[in-house]
Ligand binder design. Sequence first.
Ligand SMILES: [Fe+2]
Ligand SMILES: [Fe+2]
Length: 191
Amino acid sequence: MAKAKKKAPARRRATGAGDDAIALLKADHRQVEGWFEQFESTRSADRKKKLAGQICQALEVHTEIEHEIFYPAFLEATEEEDIHHEAEVEHESAKKLIAEIEGSGPEDDYYDAKVKVLSEMIKHHVNEEEKRDGMFVKARQSDLDLEELGARLVARKQELMGDAKPAKLAARRSREPGVLGRLAQRMRPSR
Ligand SMILES: [Fe+2]
Ligand SMILES: [Fe+2]
């Protein structure tokens, strides 16, 4: 008898209700990775600015829901302090660079470098979360209720996205450039 073809697994929606916490967080990771790739392949300053804005906003929301909801639940369920603390420290470093990027623009000589370094930091951090024996695998092995956590993540994410209105982001981006921005200005040859 001919073997029946295996049915392809149903595709999960990226941010749909019903996904568990880990599926939701991984979907965020894939989305931001896609935007980093697009940033690298475009030469348009407008497109770069738009993509960097999307990346920064998504990362701010993602790191916040992990920090508020997923990480504390993970720490309580697994008592994996080292993994938890390293992830928090990585979030803090990423936040500083995100603020630098939001405070500057493609006219800044260091803009592409900042986005590149952020993408490398995030790649490392995502690997720490997703690798074998990493945070997500350990969370799955624990008795965490990942469906319930997923519902909380979605609710908080929607709340935070509502806060991140373009006017507020624009106001934040217009703040003075950060350390690297000031350094770049000083290094520009005077004519
Ligand atoms: Fe993450
Ligand atoms: Fe994270």
